[in-house]
Design a protein. Structure first.
Length: 160
C-alpha cells in the first residue's frame, strides 16, 4: 500500500518552479534575441571567460548541466547570430572551443543585468536575492543537485 501525499510532491514543485523560471527568463531575454537555454550558455561562457578559461563545448555542457549535443546545437545557432566563435582546440582536434564575440559580450552583459533584476523579483517572497532565506534555499538546492543519481534497483523478488 502506498501513501498518497496530501499535497504536491517536492518533485512536482521543483518541476513547476523550474518551468515558471524558464518562462520568465525566456520572456526577459527575448528582446535580445535569446532563449533561456541560449542565455544559460552565453552567461556561463561569459563567467568562464572572465575567469580566464576558453572552454570546450563539453566543458560548457558539464558546467551548465545541458546535454553536449544540445550545447553543440545552441552554439551553432549563437555562432550564426555572431554572438560566439567556435574554433578547434589546438590541443585536441576533436574538441571545439567557444568564446563570446564582442557583440556576444555586450548582449550577454545586458541579459545578465535583466535576469538579475528578474531573480530579485522572483526571490522577493524569500526576502530578495541577498536574503538569508534565499541563501538557505540556494544551499538546499545545491545539496540536491550535488547528490549523484544512483540507478534504481531492479524490481525483483530478492530485493523486496
Amino acid at each position: 500500500m502506498s501513501k498518497v501525499s496530501p499535497g504536491p510532491t517536492p518533485g512536482f514543485l521543483v518541476w513547476r518552479l523550474a518551468n515558471k523560471w524558464r518562462v520568465a527568463v525566456d520572456r526577459a531575454v527575448a528582446p535580445l534575441g535569446l532563449t533561456h537555454a541560449q542565455y544559460s550558455l552565453v552567461a556561463s561562457l561569459y563567467g568562464m571567460q572572465r575567469a580566464g578559461e576558453r572552454p570546450s563545448q563539453r566543458q560548457l555542457a558539464d558546467h551548465t548541466g545541458l546535454e553536449a549535443l544540445y550545447v553543440s546545437k545552441l552554439a551553432r545557432a549563437l555562432e550564426s547570430a555572431e554572438l560566439i566563435e567556435r574554433t578547434r582546440d589546438p590541443r585536441d582536434p576533436r574538441a571545439v572551443q567557444l568564446a563570446l564575440t564582442a557583440q556576444g559580450q555586450a548582449i550577454t552583459r545586458r541579459a545578465i543585468a535583466m535576469v538579475q533584476e528578474l531573480h530579485q523579483q522572483l526571490l522577493e517572497p524569500l526576502g530578495g536575492l541577498d536574503a538569508p532565506r534565499t541563501r538557505a534555499f540556494t544551499n538546499e538546492l545545491t545539496a540536491l543537485l550535488d547528490t549523484p543519481l544512483t540507478p534504481p534497483l531492479p524490481n525483483n523478488e530478492s530485493t523486496n
